[in-house]
Design a protein around this ligand. Structure first.
Ligand code: URA
Ligand code: CA
Length: 433
């Protein structure tokens, strides 16, 4: 086989076989295929696309390029959830203890964040003592005992994806739907998921800025999952404005605690109930989505979801008393209000720009090696559709530096107020299964 012939085949819009796709993935990972040929290939894919079979083969070739995590020692169906980006997306912090409380095993491998706000591990580290440095044996024991544990990324998972992604980044081929779909799915499968629930975001804060692209990406990923024997469902949710109110690590932990108590922001609670219902259903713990939702509502009402969060934190060295006293979370030195400059209705809160503002405060990493400030971030006081009076707070800035003029201006520039009444956007646009 010669790479040049495979590039030509894809350029001409023909379908590659399983053997041809593994030849490309293995050859590129080992260094036998040079960057210039792989660049030409990814560009050919960008223009010609890939069939469902090609996408499934690409995904599995990338899975096989490195280690895979074996979760077979954990009882039950291991369901993983993945969100495609987003700003202030606190759902993982809530879903992990929530579905664990109804008996779904959550064996989560998570990372740290880059840009916007922190990743799940950064957020959890806002709880004093919490750590993810546990070995594989302890991880499995904890999931069997408490139904939930989170471990840091370890091992050499999907090296092919890492190398191809880095190449796509500098060859203008990141935004190719089949390449994104295979990239995301390969990582979930390598991490041991039996079933996968996807939350595909659409809107300004998301990868997929419009609904049509988001639907196509969701459909591609669902097809890949089902083609390789992992039941997969997807929800397409709004990311035109941030989810919930909190953006920032400790602030999002507090928001997660509120939500587990049934007192969280309505949009965040609803999305967690929808995604959680899919997880419970795919884990075979309920016969219908309706039953799954009732089970989740019950553990929020009777306190078991909150109890599950405490057990989870304590099992990994965290101080569970933060759940009853959130003042024990890292606190910012300054709280500064950003006030509306006129009366009206909030018509837009540009999600990714709010993420950028939080990052400037130190809530997220500008580069891989930056230090992150767990205490800082933003609390939205208004959401799209809310009425606001001149001088009323739109956002509270939580900062450890006094001068936040630039952040304030950025926030004001990215929140629009209209004189006409505005409807709140839909939260969930569609589901794909
Ligand atoms: N996220 C991923 O993990 N891979 C992509 O290709 C795009 C977004
Ligand atoms: Ca949030």
């Amino acid at each position: 086989m010669r790479m040049v012939d495979l590039i030509a085949k894809k350029r001409d819009g023909k379908e590659l076989t399983k053997e041809e796709i593994s030849f490309i993935v293995e050859g590129y990972t080992s260094g036998d295929i040079p960057d210039y040929q792989m660049s030409a290939f990814t560009m050919a894919v960008f223009f010609q696309g890939m069939t469902a079979n090609e996408q499934a083969e690409l995904t599995m070739s990338m899975v096989q390029s490195g280690d895979t995590i074996d979760l077979s020692a954990i009882e039950g169906v291991k369901v993983d959830k993945h969100s495609t980006g987003g700003v202030g997306d606190t759902t993982t912090l809530i879903l992990a203890p929530l579905v664990a409380a109804v008996g779904v095993p959550v064996a989560k491998m998570s990372g740290r964040g880059l840009g916007h706000t922190g990743g799940t591990i950064d957020k959890l580290e806002a709880v004093k003592g919490f750590h993810v440095e546990i070995d594989k044996k302890e991880f499995i024991e904890l999931v069997n005992k408490n139904k939930v544990a989170v471990v840091g990324q370890s091992g050499n998972l999907t090296p092919a994806d890492k190398k191809i992604y880095a190449l796509r980044d500098v060859t203008a081929t990141v935004n190719s739907l089949p390449l994104i779909a295979a990239s995301i799915m390969s990582k979930k499968i390598a991490a041991g998921a039996d079933a996968i629930v996807l939350d595909v975001k659409t809107g300004a804060g998301a990868f997929m800025k419009n609904l049509e692209d988001a639907k196509a990406l969701a459909q591609s990923m669902v097809n890949i999952g089902n083609n390789v024997g992992r039941q997969t469902m997807a929800v397409i949710s709004d990311m035109s404005q941030p989810l919930g109110f909190a953006i920032g690590n400790a602030l999002e932990v507090e928001e997660a605690i509120d939500t587990l108590k049934g007192k969280g922001p309505k949009d965040l609670e609803e999305l967690c109930l929808v995604l959680g219902s899919y997880m419970v259903y795919l884990a075979d713990k309920a016969l219908s989505l309706e039953e799954a939702r009732r089970m989740l509502q019950e553990v929020i009402e009777n306190g078991k979801a909150l109890e599950s969060f405490k057990t989870f934190l304590a099992a990994q060295g965290g101080d569970p008393s933060v759940v009853d006293d959130v003042a024990k979370l890292p606190q910012a030195a300054h709280k500064i209000e950003v006030n509306a400059e006129k009366d009206g209705y909030v018509s837009e809160i540009v999600a990714d720009e709010m993420g950028t503002a939080a990052m400037w405060l130190g809530a997220g990493r500008a580069t891989k090696d930056s230090e992150i400030d767990l205490a800082v971030g933003l609390m939205l006081r208004k959401k799209v559709g809310d009425e606001v009076k001149k001088g009323e707070s739109l956002v509270t800035i939580y900062s450890n530096k006094e001068d936040v003029q630039e952040v304030k201006e950025h926030i004001l520039k990215n929140i629009s107020i209209s004189s006409k009444k505005v409807e709140a956007p839909s939260l969930i646009y569609d589901t794909v299964q």
